[in-house]
Write a protein that binds this ligand. Structure first.
Ligand SMILES: Cc1cc2nc3c(=O)[nH]c(=O)nc-3n(C[C@H](O)[C@H](O)[C@H](O)COP(=O)(O)OP(=O)(O)OC[C@H]3O[C@@H](n4cnc5c(N)ncnc54)[C@H](O)[C@@H]3O)c2cc1C
Ligand SMILES: NC(=O)c1ccc[n+]([C@@H]2O[C@H](COP(=O)([O-])OP(=O)(O)OC[C@H]3O[C@@H](n4cnc5c(N)ncnc54)[C@H](OP(=O)(O)O)[C@@H]3O)[C@@H](O)[C@H]2O)c1
Length: 388
């Protein structure tokens, strides 16, 4: 059966001209005992005419956390109602500009430079070329970085007028999220699966801007800017509905595969589907368990799970892939496409190594031949990744 689909996302709304959307559903999927807060969001596209395809991503324009905005105002010894220049060049209050226009969660080099120019010796010392690594850690180090509030509070002599301060800030940027729904299954809606970025540094709570905006600061009655990022060039469903799909999506990486499955079901695509999902614990972190296990029961999908913390030693999706090496090779040999979504830093590379191993051992190839085979898969777009 053909999987001829509707034309890709209409470009009427874009990064520069987002659609003012409403947040219709916001549900926590992680249960008691989970170490994460991962949420399912449904955003209404009603009235927009926006279309998208499985594999596309949604751009979301967040606003900053009001508590952080107040902390910045206090650290600047300001009141918040001072007029400053907004991102669009128009005047607005410092409070509003910090809320909607500027990035305030991470300080950058420009700010340290401005502090050094204002005579703060410690900041001047940090600008020395031989201190580049230290400066990077100071501004970006995991569990140690300093934001504007930290720096202004550490160097109380450092003073900026509100206008001087906002001139040093970068623009607040949107974030992208893999779309977790098929438009055919949910007309006028787009679904996302988002893990909250929350951590603390030196006892001060820190929040990722957009994940916590989605979780806590986007009430239904308020609109927020969204648009569709067409990703069909690198992350589309198999063009032929009879082609098999092997999908590897631990954590929030499973989002586009829910969309794939819904889309294939709506299209009546006959190709086989095999999902490898991983999370920390089955009891608290098995997102969309009901849907996935139903599809498995119905024979629409083969499902393998890897719950990393349900036993003494870690089990990850790549371990499951290796356990199923023989079948994976058979599927690949018969033309299956291989998809990976989620963590770029560690998971994607480990899964890549597992794929090479499977091709080598089950396909009877040398390591060089396996590399060539996987590279060829990539070139003809049978190996597709969306990693972040
Ligand atoms: C194509 C694409 C698809 C994506 N799909 C999804 C998806 O489906 N679901 C999803 O949840 N995310 C997804 N993401 C990631 C998403 O875009 C955001 O990056 C994510 O939500 C974090 O954004 P934030 O604004 O909440 O956090 P930010 O304000 O951007 O903060 C995140 C940053 O905080 C820093 N940080 C985190 N912990 C610490 C620490 N302990 N110490 C110091 N620094 C730290 C890291 O540098 C990290 O990059 C996707 C990204 C891309 C590019
Ligand atoms: N760039 C950003 O701002 C940003 C923001 C949010 C999330 N992310 C990233 O997005 C990704 C998804 O986050 P998530 O919380 O949904 O899921 P995740 O952190 O990827 O965790 C999902 C599962 O993958 C396991 N895992 C850890 N290392 C692995 C590896 N090397 N190979 C295979 N599996 C591995 C985890 O196990 P254990 O936890 O038990 O090790 C867990 O069971 C993460 O990489 C996260 O860092 C990025």
């Amino acid at each position: 059966m053909s999987t001829e689909t509707a034309p890709a996302a209409t470009p009427a709304y874009s990064f520069k001209h987002p659609f003012a959307a409403r947040h219709a559903v916001n549900v926590k999927l992680t249960g008691p005992g989970s170490e994460k807060e991962t949420r399912h969001h449904e955003i209404s596209l009603a009235g927009s005419g926006i279309t998208y395809l499985a594999g596309d991503a949604l751009g979301v324009m967040p606003v900053n956390c009001p508590e952080l905005v107040e902390e910045v105002i206090t650290a600047l010894f300001a009141k918040g109602d001072e007029p400053v220049t907004g991102r669009d060049g128009q005047p607005k209050s410092l409070r509003d500009a910090l809320r909607t226009d500027y990035a305030i969660t991470f300080a950058d080099r420009k700010f340290i430079e401005a502090g050094a120019q204002r005579g703060v010796a410690e900041l001047k010392a940090m600008m020395a070329p031989e201190k580049a690594d230290e400066l990077r850690k100071y501004l970006q180090g995991k569990n140690e970085l300093r934001d504007y509030v930290d720096i202004l509070n550490e160097f109380r002599q450092l003073s900026f007028t509100p206008e001087e301060f906002v001139k040093l800030l970068g623009k607040l940027k949107p974030r992208l999220y893999s779309i977790a729904s098929s438009l055919k299954a949910h007309p006028g809606e787009v679904h996302l699966l988002v893990v909250n970025v929350i951590y603390a540094i030196r006892g001060r709570p820190r929040k990722g801007v957009c994940s916590t905006f989605l979780a806590d600061r986007w009430p239904e009655e308020v609109t927020a800017g969204v648009w569709v990022q067409n990703q069909q060039k690198h992350f589309s469903l198999p063009a032929d509905g009879t082609t098999s799909a092997i999908m590897v999506g631990p954590g929030t990486g499973v989002a586009p595969f829910r969309a794939f499955m819904e889309e294939r079901q709506a299209l009546g695509a006959q190709g086989r589907n095999w999902l490898f999902f991983g999370e920390q614990r089955r009891g608290s972190d098995f997102f969309y368990e009901h849907e996935f296990t139903r599809w498995e029961r119905e024979g629409f999908m083969r499902l393998d799970t890897a719950f990393s913390r349900d036993q003494a030693h870690k089990i990850y999706v790549q371990h499951r892939l290796l356990e199923r090496a023989k079948d994976i090779w058979t599927w690949l040999d018969e033309g299956a496409e291989f998809f990976v979504c989620g963590d770029k830093e560690r998971m994607a590379e480990d899964v890549h190594q597992a794929l090479l191993k499977i091709v080598e051992t089950e396909g009877g190839k040398t390591p060089e031949q396996a590399l060539e085979y996987v590279e060829a898969m990539r070139k003809v777009k049978r190996y597709k990744r969306d990693v972040y």
